[in-house]
Design a protein around this ligand. Structure first.
Ligand SMILES: NC(=O)c1ccc[n+]([C@@H]2O[C@H](COP(=O)([O-])OP(=O)(O)OC[C@H]3O[C@@H](n4cnc5c(N)ncnc54)[C@H](OP(=O)(O)O)[C@@H]3O)[C@@H](O)[C@H]2O)c1
Length: 298
C-alpha cells in the first residue's frame, strides 16, 4: 500500500464487512477517511480498529444511502468540508430478499446498490476532479450470472431494459420480483453508469472502475445463500473469503500505482473481466445517466 498521507478518501459501507477493512487500511496508510453511516454508533467498531491515535483522520457523517435527501446532504457536507477527494469507494450495498421501496418510492436495490454510488460520484464531481480521484464501485459478478445455484446450464446475465422507462422507480417492480436478479440488475446499472461517466472524467485524471470482490463471509452472505442451502450455511461461510481478503481487490483498485490511469474497467477480484453487452450499449448508458441524474435533480 503506498503512503496516503494528505489523501482524502470517501468509503461507504464502512461500518461492517469489507468496507470496515477498506476504511481502516486506508487510514493505516495515512489517508483521511470519510464515511456515511445510517447509524453512526455502528462506526464504533471501525473507530476501535483504527485506534485513538488516528481517530482524527476518520469523519463519520450520518446518512441513509438509500434516501435521496441523505445522499444530497452527505455530498454537500463533504463538499463543504473537503476541497479535494482522492479516492471514492462506493462499497455500501445490500441484498433484499423481499420487494421494498425506499422513502423516495424507488426499489431498494436500485436506491442503495445503484443510486447511492451514482449520486456520490456525480454530486462530488468537483472535489473528485480537483483530486484526480480514483472511483471504485464495488459491484458483484451476479451481473454476469443471476443463477443462485449454478449446477447446470449456461450463465444467465443480468438484464436492464430502459426502453420506455420514464423513471428509475419503474425498475425492479413488484410484479415478478426476483431478489437475486433485482440485486444483479442494480449492480449492472452501477457498472454501466461507471462506463458512461468515465470518459467525461478522464480529462481531469479521474478514473472509474468496478469490481467483484469474490464471495466473502460478511453480513450480506446470509441473505444471498438460497434457502435450500441454509442448513449448510456455516459450512458455506467457511469456504468463503475473509472480509480482509475480499477488501484487497477494492484496495488494489484504489491504490495500486500500477493501475494509475486505468479507467472504465471491470475486475473479477484482480482479473480484468467482461460485463454483459448491454452495459456497453451507448444508448442504454446515456439513458441511464439521464434517469439517474433526474433522481437527484427532481
Ligand atoms: N460479501 C460478498 O460475497 C459480496 C459479493 C459481491 C459483492 N459484494 C458487495 O460488497 C459490498 C460490501 O458488502 P459486504 O459484503 O461487506 O456486506 P456487509 O457486511 O453487509 O456491509 C454492507 C455495508 O453497507 C452499509 N449499508 C447498508 N445499507 C445502508 C444504507 N441504507 N445506508 C448506508 N449504509 C448502508 C452497511 O451499514 P450498516 O452497518 O448500517 O448495516 C455496511 O456497512 C456491497 O456492495 C456488496 O453488494 C459482496
Amino acid at each position: 500500500m503506498p503512503d496516503l498521507t494528505d489523501k482524502v478518501a470517501v468509503v461507504t459501507g464502512a461500518t461492517g464487512g469489507m468496507g470496515q477493512v477498506i476504511a481502516a487500511e486506508l487510514v493505516r496508510a495515512g489517508a483521511h477517511v470519510i464515511t456515511i453511516a445510517r447509524n453512526p454508533a455502528r462506526a464504533d467498531a471501525l473507530r476501535a480498529r483504527i485506534g485513538a491515535e488516528a481517530a482524527d483522520r476518520l469523519d463519520v457523517i450520518a446518512g441513509d444511502l438509500s434516501r435521496r435527501a441523505d445522499v444530497l446532504t452527505a455530498a454537500k457536507t463533504i463538499r463543504d468540508r473537503y476541497g479535494e477527494i482522492h479516492l471514492l469507494v462506493n462499497n455500501a450495498g445490500a441484498h433484499f430478499s423481499e420487494h421494498r421501496l425506499s422513502v423516495d418510492g424507488v426499489e431498494m436495490h436500485v436506491a442503495l446498490d445503484h443510486l447511492a454510488a451514482f449520486g456520490l460520484t456525480t454530486l462530488l464531481d468537483e472535489p473528485l476532479r480537483r483530486g484526480g480521484a480514483r472511483v471504485v464501485n464495488v459491484a458483484s459478478d451476479t451481473l454476469n450470472d443471476t443463477r443462485q445455484i449454478k449446477l447446470a446450464g449456461r450463465p444467465r446475465p443480468a438484464t436492464v431494459d430502459l426502453a420506455g422507462v420514464q423513471s428509475l422507480a419503474e425498475l425492479n417492480s413488484a410484479k415478478g420480483f426476483v431478489p437475486f436478479e433485482a440485486y444483479a440488475r442494480a449492480k449492472l446499472m452501477t457498472v454501466t453508469a461507471g462506463y458512461a461517466l468515465a470518459p467525461g472524467f478522464a480529462a481531469d485524471g479521474v478514473t472509474v472502475n468496478a469490481l467483484h470482490p469474490g464471495l466473502v463471509a460478511t453480513g450480506i452472505i446470509d441473505d444471498l445463500v438460497p434457502s435450500l442451502l441454509r442448513p449448510v450455511g456455516p459450512l458455506i461461510r467457511r469456504s468463503l473469503l475473509t472480509p480482509a481478503e475480499g477488501a484487497s481487490s477494492a484496495l488494489r483498485l484504489a491504490t495500486d500505482p500500477a493501475l494509475a490511469g486505468v479507467t472504465s474497467r471491470y475486475f473479477n477480484r484482480d482479473e480484468e473481466s467482461r460485463t454483459p453487452p448491454v452495459s456497453h450499449d451507448p444508448a442504454v448508458q446515456e439513458k441511464l445517466l439521464v434517469l439517474s441524474r433526474a433522481h437527484f435533480t427532481g
